[in-house]
Design a protein around this ligand. Structure first.
Ligand code: SAH
Ligand code: F3S
Length: 467
């Protein structure tokens, strides 16, 4: 496995000059290398960029691969049981592998926060456990290990600490993630996030805008604003910008061609967000609005704070925009007490909305959540059946929607290149994936692409010119 931080020598050299967190001179760590494997969502991917930044600012280097690393971090996800188990199977494999010298093994992220010290019992070769709110303390924790401590933890969810974002070591040269709000206070009955990421805390608008301007100056053209409930962001500073105003301000920054934001909670999704998308071409015409279920009875048990009707009103607002806004969602099947009729309502929601993309999951009971103590009434085989039915229904919807795009021209930001196929791959502002014949040099560029064919999950096209 290669290192996800493929940072070329000399790139981002700004971070190397920075120090922070502890007193040890950076050069003393120069020989020490680290490797991060990331599981889960964009928040975790971005957290790994922050961890890499903290480590590099202290003189640690990214290892070529996992086998040669002095320090291995697993940045974990615990949203569903299977995701949480992945890290323990990875730790098991690692124990069997032969390393030239024994690496320091650290478990970071949501499993770390949730399981805490108990990880040491299950995996005795782990010596560091650290949750996402404590990453700036990582160098100090590593020093404690070097000074002889056998096991160290950073599990405080203290809300007053603000991450030093200057250190972030971004893994992509044209798209930058920017966290605007940490944690979540919504407490949906199925969800472990409030437990693993702590309470909601928003960053001040001036600091966020300064960071976005700096990123644009560094050449990033796409900014993705992140938060578990990104549109619940509230400006804690006297400027008191609304979320829609923040979006507009980011979209106005010279050099920023695309602004995305994820994930929106339906409760806080207000018409001014749609108005901002209409007013600012740089705001991508795509909204990810997790519904979770199409049944109001299930939504009430989930604690989602909206009914099917209220959700559909938000969809109506998005559909009334002047621009054609694509919509994606998350759905859970087989939640506690979900009847066949409830499930049918979810299928009819898919038909009624006509989503461009659906991320669907079987309900997985999680510890320390309200629903974790309820009867998991739908058995696994039935959950699998419902998931397959839902995915097939959505596949047909997507195929129909995608076929209607044949013959149109879209602006595509090229994100990569399949050497074997000679194909460039990128995304439109609507978040549609497009493959088209190209060259590796186009990566990071904006191209106009004419769509010639469509599948359920992506489009095929030909370059029409530079966008
Ligand atoms: N607001 C967050 C939600 C995080 S979890 C966001 O950024 O998307 C992502 C999705 O995982 C949720 O929308 C939900 O559909 C799914 N999920 C969360 N908890 C789950 C559970 N216990 N079982 C199955 N799916 C779950
Ligand atoms: Fe989870 Fe609900 Fe928050 S899904 S992240 S508790 S909005």
């Amino acid at each position: 496995m290669s290192n996800p931080f493929q940072i070329l020598p000399g790139e981002n050299s700004r971070s190397e000059a920075l120090t922070g967190g502890c007193d040890k001179p950076a050069r003393e760590n120069a020989a020490r290398t680290f490797f991060i494997e990331t599981f889960g969502c964009q928040m975790n991917v971005h957290d790994s960029e922050k961890v890499a930044g903290v480590m590099m600012s202290r003189g640690y280097r990214a290892a070529e691969d996992v086998d040669s690393a002095d320090i291995i971090f697993y940045n974990t996800c615990s949203i569903r049981e299977k995701a949480a188990q992945k890290v323990f199977s990875r730790l098991g494999q690692l124990k069997k592998q032969r390393h030239a010298r024994l690496p320091v093994i650290g478990v970071l992220g949501c499993v770390a926060q949730q399981e805490g010290d108990a990880i040491f019992e299950q995996a005795p070769h782990v010596s560091l456990v650290c949750g996402s709110a404590s990453y700036s303390k990582l160098p100090a924790l590593l020093e404690e290990l070097e000074s002889g401590s056998r096991r160290v933890t950073g599990l405080s969810l203290a809300t007053d600490e603000c991450f030093e974002t200057e250190l972030t070591r971004r893994d992509n040269r044209f798209r930058a993630y920017v966290t605007i709000i940490e944690g979540c206070d919504k407490r949906c009955s199925f969800c472990v996030v409030p437990e693993t990421r702590g309470p909601e805390r928003s960053r001040a608008s001036a600091a966020l805008l300064a960071e976005c301007r700096r990123l644009a100056d560094e050449g990033f053209t796409e900014i993705q604003l992140l938060g578990q409930t990104v549109n619940s962001w509230r400006d804690p500073s006297p400027a008191r910008l609304t979320f829609a105003e923040l979006l507009s301000r980011v979209a106005e920054i010279p050099g920023v061609r695309r602004v995305r934001f994820t994930t929106s909670h339906p409760r806080d999704f207000t018409p001014d967000i749609v108005q901002a998308i209409d007013a600012y071409p740089a705001l991508c015409n795509h909204v990810h609005l997790p519904a979770q279920s199409g049944s109001s009875a299930v939504l009430a048990r989930m604690g989602r704070t909206y009914s099917r009707e209220a959700y559909l009103e938000k969809i109506g607002c998005i559909r009334s925009a002047k621009r054609d806004i694509s919509i994606s969602t998350d759905i859970i099947v087989g939640f506690c007490g979900e009847t066949i009729e409830d499930f049918e309502e979810t299928l009819s929601l898919l038909d009624e909305v006509g989503y461009d993309q659906v991320f669907s999951f079987k309900y997985s009971p999680r510890p320390k959540t309200a629903a974790g103590g309820w009867e998991d009434s739908v058995d696994d085989a039935e959950k699998s059946r419902r998931l397959a039915v839902l995915q097939e229904r959505q596949r047909q919807i997507q195929l129909r929607r995608n076929e209607a795009k044949v013959g149109r021209v879209f602006e595509v930001l090229v994100e990569g290149f399949h050497a074997r196929l000679g194909q460039a791959v990128g995304r439109t502002p609507e978040n549609y994936i497009v493959n088209f014949p190209g060259v590796p040099e186009w990566t990071g560029q904006y191209e106009a692409v004419w769509v010639t064919a469509a599948g359920p999950n992506s489009l095929v096209g030909e370059r029409a010119g530079a966008a």
